[in-house]
Design a protein around this ligand. Structure first.
Ligand SMILES: [Zn+2]
Length: 272
C-alpha cells in the first residue's frame, strides 16, 4: 500500500516530466511540492533535467532548503527559490521555476506580462518583476543564497507568478495540478502577447475579467481536464499509453503497467 509520500513522489516526478513535455522546462528548471504530511518540508528532485525525473529522484528538504537525508548525487543550485516561497506563503503547495523561451523576452525587455486570453488569466492579476540588482548588485543571476530566495519571495508577495530579470519566471500554485495549469498557460499567453503585438494594439483582459476568468478556470473541472490531457500526451511520448487502463494507472500514479500482467497480450493480427 503506497503511502502519501510515495504518491506525492510519483505525482511530482510526473509534474516535472509533464511540464517539460509541454515545452516550458528544458535541461533546466524544476518543479517542487510541499510535503504531503509535513508542511515544514518540501519535495524536490536531485539535479537533473526535469524531463528525466523519476520518483526515486525525489528527496525531502527543510524550508531552509537543506536536504533531510544527504545523498551522493548533485542537488539543484536554486533550491532556495522554493524553500523561501514555502516559508513565506503557507497557502502555496507547489512551485515551478523555469526559463521558458516565450517568457524570456519579458524578462529581458521589462515589458509587462498581461493576460491576453481567458486561460492566461490564471497567471494572476499582477505579475511582479524582480531585479536581483536592486538588493544584490551584479551577480551571476543564479538564485542560490537564502537571502536571494527571500528577496524573490518578497517580490512575489501575494501573487502567483514573478518574472526574474534576464533569467526566467517562478510560478506558485495551491496544488501540483493548479501549478501545471498556471505555468503552461502563462507561457502560452506570453507567446500570444508577443504575436499579437505584431498585429498591432494589444488590449489585455480587464482586472475584473482576469479575476472572473481565473476563478472559473482554476476550478477542479478545468484544472483536472488539462492535467489528464497533458498526462496522456506524456504517456504517448513515453510509450506508456494504454487507453483502457490509462485512467486507473493515472489514479494509481503508475507510468508503466506491471510486467507479466495477465490478459494484456493481444493475438497478433493476421496479415493478408
Ligand atoms: Zn533559473
Amino acid at each position: 500500500m503506497p503511502t502519501k509520500l510515495d504518491e506525492a513522489r510519483i505525482q511530482l516526478a510526473r509534474a516535472n516530466r509533464l511540464i517539460a513535455n509541454e515545452g516550458v522546462l528544458d535541461a533546466f528548471g524544476h518543479v517542487t511540492m510541499r510535503h504531503p504530511t509535513d508542511p515544514g518540508r518540501f519535495l524536490m528532485s536531485r539535479s537533473r533535467g526535469p524531463e528525466l525525473v523519476q520518483p526515486e529522484d525525489i528527496h525531502e528538504f527543510t524550508l531552509d532548503s537543506q536536504i533531510v537525508t544527504p545523498i551522493q548525487e548533485r542537488l539543484y543550485g536554486e533550491r532556495v527559490i522554493h524553500g523561501e516561497i514555502y516559508k513565506a506563503r503557507p497557502d502555496v503547495n507547489a512551485v515551478c521555476h523555469h526559463h521558458a523561451p516565450s517568457i524570456l523576452p519579458f524578462c529581458v525587455s521589462g515589458m509587462a506580462l498581461k493576460p491576453v486570453f481567458h486561460l492566461g488569466a490564471t497567471m494572476g492579476p499582477q505579475v511582479p518583476f524582480w531585479d536581483s540588482r536592486d538588493d544584490f548588485g551584479n551577480t551571476n543571476l543564479i538564485v542560490a543564497k537564502p537571502e536571494e530566495g527571500a528577496s524573490l519571495a518578497r517580490a512575489l508577495g501575494p501573487n502567483w507568478t514573478v518574472l526574474m530579470r534576464r533569467h526566467g519566471a517562478t510560478v506558485a500554485g495551491r496544488s501540483l495540478q493548479e501549478l501545471a495549469f498556471r505555468t503552461i498557460y502563462t507561457a502560452r499567453n506570453a507567446a500570444m502577447q508577443i504575436q499579437a503585438h505584431g498585429l498591432g494594439h494589444v488590449s489585455p483582459l480587464t482586472a475584473e475579467e482576469t479575476e472572473l476568468a481565473a476563478a472559473y478556470n482554476l476550478q477542479p473541472g478545468p484544472v483536472m481536464r488539462a492535467w489528464e490531457y497533458w498526462s496522456v500526451r506524456l504517456d504517448k511520448v513515453e510509450g506508456t499509453s494504454r487507453p483502457r487502463r490509462a485512467k486507473a494507472n493515472r489514479a494509481a500514479g503508475k507510468t508503466r503497467p506491471a510486467k507479466g500482467t495477465k490478459g494484456t497480450k493481444r493475438p497478433r493480427a493476421r496479415r493478408r
